[in-house]
Design a binder for this molecule. Structure first.
Ligand SMILES: NC(=O)c1ccc[n+]([C@@H]2O[C@H](COP(=O)([O-])OP(=O)(O)OC[C@H]3O[C@@H](n4cnc5c(N)ncnc54)[C@H](O)[C@@H]3O)[C@@H](O)[C@H]2O)c1
Length: 392
């Protein structure tokens, strides 16, 4: 490591799906970029010592702790990275902030607005750097979309239609894992998938003012069990329990700037594995992006010559595209894991330079307000103002 650069000693809590994505990103960051702060994979925490030891060795962590509180207490940790289920986020993030550690937390920030507010207040009070892991913002094509919008190439934005479609839950015998237990996850497809497209919409279009929504749980009861990192189920002891969260969330939104949004987040969309897509229409052009083809941005610009108008496909791997120059020559595409590397760059630069990157806990709280408004609208059958949820 370059000794002129600030080392950022990381302690990560959790070590499975997101644990792998974050570990890889932290390791690869200095390989591709020149961050002002260089992550050091200091320690991971979990509960199962044998699995923890094996994961620490495989993913390159120097040590481990079987109690996350012990990790937070350690003097040789600067940043706590939370990659555990949603019900643990608030307690861990608040404890980390109170111990003076910077915090990266997976999405959704929390299970409720009340928890998200406490987390936001705790990091502000402690004066630590904070970030929420909405990694899809960091795909070069999405960052390029943002640039085109900011340059005014689309003019005034009228529409966004965004989906996050999956199908791994359609088998009625798929087990009831932590993602389907309300006290653990907070909500179902809404908080898991909807939170990502809400973040993309806030990033690209602006703040959501009000929503009207429908939630549905198609399968009301499931066997208890676990799932693996490939989103496949492992049956448990045969016991069954009611499903308490939504399988699908659909909502309409009106933005502060007058744009209209149509959103759909579901785990019941056969054939769609990670259908994270958006289309944005402005007065002078449109953009389309699809996570499953994430290097490409489809762009329609009104200024094109008559007869040659149409959506063009831009492969966002040129040096002109955000983050792309750090990787490979043009056309040599990157993948899902690189979105996390780009996010870690912003976080480590933020910590080294003492300024908060985005999206941070303020964004996490804003996102949580929209999630809460969607739930309230489903319960009441009426439009709900997002900011009304702040006092709930
Ligand atoms: N950014 C993304 O694209 C993305 C993708 C998937 C999941 N997530 C989010 O990441 C978080 C983790 O999801 P995952 O898919 O990695 O889950 P996972 O089930 O694969 O892993 C969870 C990890 O947390 C550990 N853990 C659980 N309870 C704990 C506790 N009480 N104390 C200490 N460790 C505990 C488990 O041992 C495991 O290592 C969730 O908040 C989820 O919403 C984000």
């Amino acid at each position: 490591m370059d000794i002129r650069k600030k080392p950022i000693r990381v302690g990560m809590i959790g070590y499975k799906f997101m644990g792998k994505a974050h570990s890889h990103a932290l390791r690869d960051l200095p390989f591709f970029f020149e961050p002002a702060g260089v992550p050091v994979l200091q320690a991971i925490a979990g509960r199962d010592e044998a699995a923890l030891k094996q994961s620490a060795e495989k993913m390159g962590w120097s040590s481990y702790e079987t109690d996350w509180r012990r990790l937070i207490e350690r003097d040789d940790i600067d940043l706590i990275d939370i990659v555990t289920p949603n019900h643990t986020h608030a307690e861990m993030a608040i404890a980390a902030a109170q111990a003076g550690k910077h915090v990266l937390c997976e999405k959704p920030l929390a299970r409720s607005v009340a928890e998200a507010r406490q987390m936001r207040d705790a990091v502000n009070k402690a004066g630590v750097i904070h970030m929420i892991c909405h990694n899809y913002r960091f795909a070069p094509a999405v960052q390029f979309a943002k640039k085109l919008i900011e340059q005014g190439r689309l003019g005034k934005i009228y529409h966004i239609r965004a989906t996050f479609l999956q199908d791994w839950l359609m088998d009625p015998e798929f087990p009831l894992t932590w993602r389907l237990r309300k006290e653990v996850s907070g909500s179902g497809s809404l908080g898991d998938l909807g939170a990502h497209i809400i973040d993309l919409a806030r990033f690209l279009v602006g703040e959501i003012n009000e929503v009207v929504a429908m939630l549905e749980t198609f399968v009301k009861e499931r066997p208890l069990g676990e799932m693996d990192q490939h989103l496949r189920g492992r049956p448990g002891n045969g016991q069954r329990a009611p499903v308490e969260v939504d399988d699908a969330a659909v909502f309409l939104a009106r933005f502060d700037n007058g744009a209209l949004g149509v959103f759909e987040a579901t785990r019941f969309s056969k054939g769609n594995r990670a259908g994270n897509r958006f289309e944005i229409n402005g007065e002078r052009g449109s953009l389309r992006w699809d996570m499953e083809n994430m290097n490409n941005l489809q762009v329609y610009l009104d200024g094109d010559e008559a007869g040659l108008q149409g959506f063009r496909t831009i492969n966002c791997t040129e040096v002109e595209h955000p983050y792309a120059a750090a990787y490979w020559p043009a056309g040599h595409i990157i993948g899902y894991e690189h979105t996390f590397i780009n996010l870690m760059l912003e976080l480590c630069n933020g910590i080294a330079n003492g300024c908060n990157p985005a999206p941070n806990f303020e964004d996490g709280l804003r996102n949580q307000l929209v999630l809460a408004a969607v739930e309230r609208s489903d319960q009441t059958g009426r439009w709900v103002k997002v900011m009304e949820m702040l006092d709930n």
